[in-house]
Design a binder for this molecule. Structure first.
Ligand SMILES: *[C@@H]1O[C@H](CO)[C@@H](O)[C@H](O)[C@H]1NC(C)=O
Length: 405
């Protein structure tokens, strides 16, 4: 299902490039930087204070609107990342674009990049602030506002968080609370498909961070205590067809699977005092031919959100489904993440969705997850973020950064 939608995205992209070619247009005409920024021509570089002062900074709402109007469905990130590079450079940052290569997405033929931005020449910083800029392929949402709600794909997942982070960075910079070497910004692609952006950044950006990593995702501006791990797998079972009146002559693959699945649903799976229960979803079941035939095949797609001890969950599931009649195949295996929530003044939340944070496993810093908007609307046609939440997130990000300086 997911792969199909990704494939659809690529087909559309290829069409778009093709159509643009016949019209003699560049499909990715660089977006014009908002007129707002033209005033930054008056930027002054104040070397004594190691600060680049721009006379005009972005407002967080304008930043989200401008960013979200550029389609950046996973696989299409080329244009938005070039736009973001220009914006951050205009505001005085040193910006690196890191090429991300991914065999699954070479069909587009377009380069895809992460952005790593910092002040001056100091790549290694105490704190890295990060968000993904790609959006999920659940379909476009035409930009509109309902009261103070901003509706657009990426409003909260995760361009709203990214906008909050950027504005927080510059407010701290302009107030001389942070200086060169304190904070870098890392914006990645591919989070909504396979995390290739963050994986590439961790493997080959060659930057080091010493104190904290602050990740942006919708947490309702609450500080996340952590998020559950992903154990995603397919199960296939094989039986023998027969007339349904004579089940003893066959072997029902569906019945076999259902009994096993029922055992799993009733099993006591690891509970975490921080993240809550481990939950099981049987996402799809396909199999059988007709009501009057004992079915000889079934395939189910399953997803366990693991609160604790993923090794144990894996061993249990393997023992249950790897039998002479059935086989399971692991699709994704990501450990639960326990995050830092030591910064005072935040409400707390436990999350049950996946992020790029597991790729940071080898990096020994405190990890935080925080951002405006709610996961309950992300990945739906109702995705939005409120203006109030956006402004509040700037304060939240500033608090997380200053606490860790
Ligand atoms: C990081 O180091 C590797 C190995 O030396 C190199 O191939 C890669 O280009 C470096 N990355 C950057 C962003 O400089």
């Amino acid at each position: 299902m997911f792969l199909k939608s990704v494939f659809l995205v690529y087909s559309l992209l290829v069409l778009r490039v093709y159509a643009a070619n016949i019209m003699g247009l560049s499909p990715f005409k660089m977006s014009v930087i908002q007129p707002l920024l033209s005033s930054s021509k008056n930027s002054q570089i104040d070397c004594d204070h190691h600060s680049v002062k721009s006379s005009k900074r972005w407002d967080v709402v304008d930043m989200l609107k401008a960013m979200a109007k550029i389609d950046s469905t996973v696989g299409y990130e080329y244009e938005v990342m070039h736009w973001l590079r220009d914006v951050l450079e205009e505001q005085g940052m040193t910006v690196e674009m890191q090429l991300v290569e991914d065999e699954h997405q070479s069909v587009t033929g377009l380069a895809r990049h992460n952005i790593y931005a910092y002040m001056g020449k100091t790549r290694d910083t105490s704190i890295v602030v990060s968000s993904h800029i790609d959006t999920n392929p659940e379909g476009n949402i035409p930009y509109h506002e309902i009261g103070e709600e901003i509706h657009v794909r990426g409003a909260c997942d995760a361009k709203g968080p990214a906008a909050g982070q950027i504005v927080a960075f510059f407010e701290l910079w302009d107030a001389s609370i942070i200086k060169e070497g304190d904070v870098s910004l890392l914006f990645v692609i591919g989070e909504e498909y396979n995390g290739i952006g963050m994986k590439t950044a961790v493997e080959s950006l060659n930057a080091t961070w010493s104190k904290a990593a602050i990740f942006g995702e919708p947490t309702e501006n609450k500080l996340s205590k952590g998020h559950k791990g992903n154990f995603r797998f397919d199960v296939e079972a094989w039986g023998k067809k027969s007339h349904s009146g004579y089940p003893e002559l066959g072997f029902s693959a569906i019945e076999f699977y259902l009994r096993k699945a029922n055992t799993l649903l009733n099993a006591e799976l690891p509970y975490s005092p921080v993240l809550g229960p481990t939950t099981v979803n049987i996402g799809t079941i396909h199999g059988g031919v007709a009501a009057n035939i004992i079915p000889d095949y079934v395939k189910a797609e399953m997803y366990i959100r693991v609160a604790d001890d993923i090794e144990k969950v894996k061993a249990y599931v393997e023992e249950l489904f790897n039998t002479e009649h059935s086989q399971m195949t692991i699709v994704q295996y990501l450990k639960p993440q326990y995050l830092s929530f030591d910064v005072p003044g935040f409400e707390l939340i436990a999350c049950a969705y996946a992020t790029d944070i597991p790729y940071f496993e080898s990096i020994d810093v405190k990890k935080y997850l925080y951002g405006p908007g709610s996961i309950s609307v992300a990945h739906t046609q109702a995705e939005f973020v409120t203006v109030t939440d956006l402004y509040d997130s700037v304060i939240g990000y500033k608090n997380l950064i200053t606490y860790n300086l």
